[in-house]
Design a protein around this ligand. Structure first.
Ligand SMILES: *Cc1c(COP(=O)(O)O)cnc(C)c1O
Length: 373
């Protein structure tokens, strides 16, 4: 039996990492400023046509600053999909605001425009208009942006795009992350590119960018001494980590194509009868297929399949457990018919590392087939 593990989504190096880090070290900017950081921000905005990108120490910090820039405060309501990673919603609680959870729709598994509108109307009826909509493009798949954008315009509620899992994905030929008022990226270790830890705020103008930098560096005013008028944070990205990010961008296209190919192969081999459903690439969208995800048939549980694969040193994971079911969030409102709970009950994420080789993927596929017998 093989002695190494097939991981869900492990970091993938372009080969330039050491060289870029060495440059950063030689510059002696071993801090949260420097040329690599500036270059990484510029490279991201150029490559994905973003107006301004402010690099930070995590995607979670980026969501927090997005909410700060939108002036979300105590008791303000923020709409958010229930089916997402906890980091999407935690910053709402940092500001003592109220998350309003919304169900998924069956096509993309992302926030349901129908339930989103119902939630907005009901919140308004109850006396308070929500102040922001967080949209997450789960597993690399575009949300139904057309419908969501028109709801955002109709009710004049700004969108924050949580683009942590979907860098490389597009809608109507435009990079996701640039549709909302603000967007966020994550460069956590399992994302499509990594700086080992890191994130970024995508801004639509220079004022937002400056404000984000200011808040991320302890909100120090432009004075010849230490002067603070607002509460600030220590959220800046290290220049050394930005150097890793620059190296990671070198082969970005290859990463996306590989993720898509991995999905296609699983799809060809496993959809019907083994797996029933998967999140769709809606018309005019381009998925980055960050993780290949599928739904198991009625009589099977993902838990058993995960354990079975684990016994062959193959890592797989459940789909996110909906946030409205989580003990820390279960006092907050939820709008939907619990479709996201079904996705949690039946969903599985299969190994999708850019470094996954064909023979490894064939082994995963064979083990899945063996499991079903
Ligand atoms: C990874 C992730 C984040 C947070 O990123 P960190 O960089 O780990 O803080 C936020 N939202 C989603 C949907 C994610 O998958």
């Amino acid at each position: 039996m093989k002695k190494y593990k097939i991981w869900l989504s492990s970091p993938y190096q372009s080969g330039k990492e050491t060289e870029f880090i060495q440059n950063a070290i030689e510059s002696n900017w071993l801090t949260t400023m420097g040329q690599s950081l500036e270059d990484f921000e510029k490279a991201l905005s150029k490559m994905f046509h973003y107006d301004y990108v402010c690099c930070l120490n995590s995607g979670t910090s980026a969501i927090h600053l997005a909410l700060k820039l939108l002036n979300i405060q105590n008791d303000d309501e923020v709409l958010c999909p229930s089916l997402t990673f906890v980091a999407t919603a935690n910053p709402i609680l940092y500001e003592k605001a109220i998350p309003i959870f919304v169900d998924s729709e069956p096509e993309t598994w992302n926030i349901s425009p129908e339930w989103l509108e119902i939630a907005i109307q009901d919140r308004i009826k109850k006396g308070k208009k929500p102040k922001a909509i967080i949209v997450v493009h789960l597993y690399g798949n575009s949300s139904k942006m057309n419908e969501i954008l028109s709801i955002s315009q109709r009710y004049e509620i700004p969108i924050v795009e949580d683009h942590a899992e979907s860098l490389g994905a597009k809608y109507q030929n435009q990079n996701l992350g640039s549709f909302g008022k603000l967007g966020i990226l994550s460069f956590n270790g399992n994302k499509i590119i990594t700086t080992s830890a890191g994130g970024a705020l995508i801004c639509s103008n220079y004022e937002e960018y400056k404000k984000a930098k200011y808040l991320a560096h302890q909100a120090k005013s432009l004075k010849p001494y230490y002067h603070h008028e607002e509460l600030g944070y220590n959220y800046g990205m290290s220049n050394l980590l930005a150097a890793i990010g620059l190296a990671q961008l070198q082969n970005f296209e290859e990463r996306v194509l590989k993720k898509r190919k991995i999905f296609d192969v699983y799809f060809q081999e496993l959809i019907h009868p083994y797996f029933l459903e998967y999140p769709k690439e809606i018309p005019h969208s381009f998925s980055s297929r960050w993780l290949s995800t599928f739904l198991l048939p009625d009589n099977y549980s993902p838990h058993n399949l995960i354990e079975y694969l684990e016994s062959y040193l193959i890592e797989s994971r459940r789909v996110w457990k909906p946030l409205h079911l989580q003990p820390i969030f279960n006092n907050f409102p939820f709008y939907g018919n619990h479709f996201c709970c079904y996705l949690f009950e039946k969903g599985i994420c299969l190994p999708s590392s850019v470094s996954l080789i064909d023979t490894e993927q064939l082994e995963v596929i064979q083990k899945v087939k063996d499991f079903f017998g």
